[in-house]
Design a protein around this ligand. Sequence first.
Ligand code: ATP
Length: 255
Amino acid sequence: MTAALELKQVTASYGHGSVLHDVDLEVVSGKVTALLGANGAGKTTALRAICGMIRTSGDVRLFGEKITGKSPEAIVRMGLAHVPDGRGTFAGLTVMENLRLGAFTAKRSDFRRTLDQVFGYFPRLKERMNQQAGTLSGGEQQMLALGRALMATPRLILLDEPSIGLAPVIVKQLFGILEDIARNEGVSMLLVEQNSNLALKLAENAALLEVGHVVARGSARELAENKEIARAYLGHDSADEGGKAGRAPRYDFLL
Ligand SMILES: Nc1ncnc2c1ncn2[C@@H]1O[C@H](COP(=O)(O)OP(=O)(O)OP(=O)(O)O)[C@@H](O)[C@H]1O
């Protein structure tokens, strides 16, 4: 089966030195892949590189079609949606106006059906459709960011830290909805998440970035059950055992 997303030997920079180095990564069609790593490892940069937002070399393919070098708009039109860190909703626009903006690349005839689907997942957005996005709670804004992405009828969604700043009960609800979207709509996802335990529960596969290099890759279960990785990255860190993020060895057996 063609991968939803495939990166081969991808290098990316902000103009100075490279931040991503020869990254290979895959998202299986219809599945969730988690991209994990410590602060500054390059996770957000990887999402920006995929979206065409920064200078990138190597091969990035969306459902088999090369997208390296294409404009962000062209890539969105090919079926990719990006829910960025900080959510990226327009604070001065209403919920409905934000959702309409999300639909700008979608077929007009899909609008009503997609809107009903979004309101089905997020009834709170329907209740608040005339409210300014900037007045929503953090959880509602994250729902709006996801709803706006869904309005583009994407085949692949890139999610950057959806749980950040949200109360645990809202995070649980949000991840339940992400699971439903992946399962019911067959939408593929690449999920960047600081909360690795949560991400590995949702994802089938995962990759671990360290200073711009992929140092481990495998099924989510393999990564979750690996003691060294768990110690270094998954919140079971222990100073006695020397497991500090950023000092982990390479896990070549998983590459
Ligand atoms: N706009 C930018 N211009 C220059 N350098 C940047 C920019 N954004 C990020 N960087 C640098 O790129 C490296 C990777 O940052 P990135 O934000 O991708 O990491 P991350 O894994 O997403 O971490 P975090 O979880 O802290 O956001 C860091 O060294 C960071 O300082």
